[in-house]
Every structure is written in structure tokens, then in C-alpha cells.
Ligand binder design. Sequence first.
Ligand SMILES: *Cc1c(COP(=O)(O)O)cnc(C)c1O
Length: 493
Amino acid sequence: MHKLAQLDHQYLWHPFTQMRDWLKQEPILIVSGQGAVLRDVQGRKYLDANASIWTNLHGHRHPRINAAIRKQLNTIAHSSALGLANEPASLLGEKLVCLANPDWLTHGQAGDAVATEPLSRVFFSDNGSTALEVALKLAYEFARRTGRSRNPRFLSLEGAYHGDTVGAVSLGHIDRFHQAYAGLLFSSDKAMAPYCYRCPHNRAKPERADAREYRRCRWECVTAVERKFAAQQRQGNPYAAMVVEPRIQGAAGMVPQPDGWLRRVASVVRGHGAQLIADEVMTGFGRTGPRRLVGEPTASETAKSRRLAPAFFASHQEEVQPDFLALAKGLTGGYLPMAATLTTQAVFDSFLGEYEEFKTFFHGHSFTGNQLGSAAALASLEVLQSQGCTRRRQRLETGLAEALRKLWDLPQVGDIRQVGLVVGIELVKDWRRRAPFDLRQRAGIRICEAMARRGVLTRPVGNVIVLIPPYCTTGEQVEQMVDAVYRAVVETL
Ligand SMILES: *Cc1c(COP(=O)(O)O)cnc(C)c1O
């Protein structure tokens, strides 16, 4: 075993990993990366098919981002945001507010179903969990200060994953992550998630297509959300906020929402005067595709310019503006740990007061507004906004869709769901009955191990194989990724 791998085995503890299994085999030890390719200590090359756990946007060792970090290093790496301002964090704040409020988004009056106030304030932190933690605390206090609720409660979706800190876990609904820590968590309510493939209300027989396309239902999942809101209202303590991963739930198993779900649900949330917290930790920064999907053109835009109008956030694809936008993973292009929680002026204002009123938001982290992270993020966003990147993402989206088609030949493929540049492939024992593999059979893990032997790295979510390629992935590399899934399924199952 390589010396460094030995050290890993001797000293490290890996996240979400059964360490007994980990210690049984030599780990793949990464030493470098270039574009969509990772290289290990033995000199083997791999495609980074899950963008280093959903973080990387433009590929590894991107010249623009590398240069920006080097340039920042020549001035300063970090100074505190507690009591001090700095250049890159200020510039990034402006940039994020600009991206989060495209001019086509209508900012309506209070009571307007979907549109709301602009997102005008940015609170920085370090990772997705803390970004959600910030949104949670702000929404909690806002609901109390505005007199909406003395004991604010939150609604989120079945299978939701919002991070691993105690507040973020409390908002999530993956039972396995909850059992051990139930005593530490506060309770939050869950609503039915729109999981068309396994939806009890979907009356369609399985077909060789994305279940969202052939589903037959009456939007019972939206009704379920409505009922939750109505019931909570009747109890005299209306929900403070609903938290959603817009367009697609990640750790739930890449569970996509049918087009129009988000808009409908946003209007239920707003109809009840609650706030909407969008967890775009995975979906942000163009991940769910380059374009907007719904709505009529405004006077200043033609239908054509609108079809091509880029959307950088999943919420905006359905022209929904949340009250909180939580960002992390891709914020720095996947380079450095940095997160942001954007919110409205109304929330910000509710924390203003005389010093001695102590309305201050008493929350923050040592590395809040870090300069290196901010510089990386600024460079990454510049790349993201270039026309070249929009075209690349468009090509990648169609390239993936085309390559994935051949997987329908495999009887163990039950559902293939793609939202932009995110793909979930659900493996089943028998597609005609949607019969799932027992998790103890480790079907997803075994497929990913076989893919790794073929030079493609990703991690499954249960029995769902995930492909989230970096935006620089070429057509040929896409073929290679999908081919690895195909062959791994044939040889393993
Ligand atoms: C990854 C993720 C988180 C947590 O982010 P960390 O940086 O791992 O703390 C939260 N929400 C979603 C949707 C995620 O995908």
C-alpha cells in the first residue's frame, strides 16, 4: 500500500463512511486534477463524474480561478469579517445580489403569490449546512419579531437533506441520519415529496422513460403541501417557512420535481404568508440547466431572447424568488469552503435597532467572508456568466440526454431522471414492477466500484447512480461516463 494511503488508514476518519469497510482496501488517493479528470498517486486517471461531491463547476485547475486565488494570495489570505470589511467579499456580495435578482424577475407586492421582494443582503459562512443554519435562525427570529408565531415551525419535504449541523439535520427527513440524534433535534414537519417514479398517486404503468413524463396524477403532492399549511393554520400557529431543494432533491436520491411543481408550491407558501427557503446548495450556479422554463415574456423581451435567457438558480427556472437563498458547494467553483445565505430587506430590517435593544444577529464564523474564497467565487462566477459557459452547459445537457438513452436497454434501470446537468439513474430488480434492490445488497455501491475500475468516479445515493459532471466535460467524456454505468450494470447485476 502507498505510504500516504497507510497514513490515511492510520489517522483519518472519513465522512459518511463505514470505516471498517474503508480499512479493508487501499483507497484511491488523489494527487492532481485537470478539467474533468482526476489523477491518483499510482498515476491512474479517472473522470470526476460527480464533480467532487457536487461542488466543481468548471473543472479542476481552471486557469481563471487559479489566477484569481494566486492574485489574492499576494495581498492577503484572510482577515476577520467581525468588525472589518474587505475587498473581495464586498465585490462578491454585489455580484451575488445581482445574479439573484435578474431584471426579468418580477418583484411584486406583498401577497403576490410567487414574486416577492428582491434578495438584497448576503450573509457569508463556510458550507451548505451553515448556510441553512443561518436561514433557519433568521426565519425563526423573523417569524417571532413580526408576531407571526411565538413558536415558529418549519415544513420541509420527505427525503430532504439540508446538511449535518443540528439545525440543518432537524430540517431534513432522511430517517437513517435522524435516529441516533433524535434527542438533539427539534421537530419539523414533512410534506410529501414529488417522487413521481415511486409516487402512490401515479397511476401510470412503468415505461422506459423518466417517470415525470408519463405520470398520471392530479398533483396530489401539491395538495398534500396545501393540507399541511391549512392544518397548521387551524392550530393557530402558521408555519414560519417551508424549506425546499428547488427542481431536484439531491441526497433524497436525485428526486426531480415535475415542471410546475415549484411554482405551485411557492404560491401555496406565499398564499399562507409563510417564507420560502430555497436550499440551492446543490442546484445553484447553473447546475439544473442553462434556461428559464415558464412564464410569459415581458414587454422588453422577445420570446426568443427569453428562451435563451440564462438562469443561474433552479428557483428562477420557474420564476420563483425565495425569501432565503442558501448557496455553497459550487459558489467558489468547488475550490474552497464558502457559503452564502441571501435574504430580503424585510428580514434584514427586523434585526435593526439601538445597540442596547440587542436585536443583532448573534451568529458568525471565524472565516466568514474569507478573501481567498471570495476571490475564487468572483472568478468562477465570471466564467459562469460567459457565453461560452452557457453554450457548454447547453451542449452538455443535450449530450447527457442522448448518451443516457442506451441505458434503457438494461432491465435493471428503472428510472433515468435528468434535470439539466444532474442525473439520477435508479436501479431496480425488475423495471416492470419497480421492485427495488434491498439496500443490504449494496447494488449502488457495487456499481460505483465497478465504474471506478473503469476509470469513472462517482458515489451512489442508495440504489441511485449519480452523474453530475463538471461543465467542462466533453462529449467523449460523457460517453465514457455513461458507458461505464452500462458496463458496470451488465457485469455486476
Ligand atoms: C451538500 C448539501 C448540503 C450541505 O452542504 P455541506 O457543505 O456538505 O454542509 C445542504 N443542502 C443540500 C441540498 C446539499 O446538497
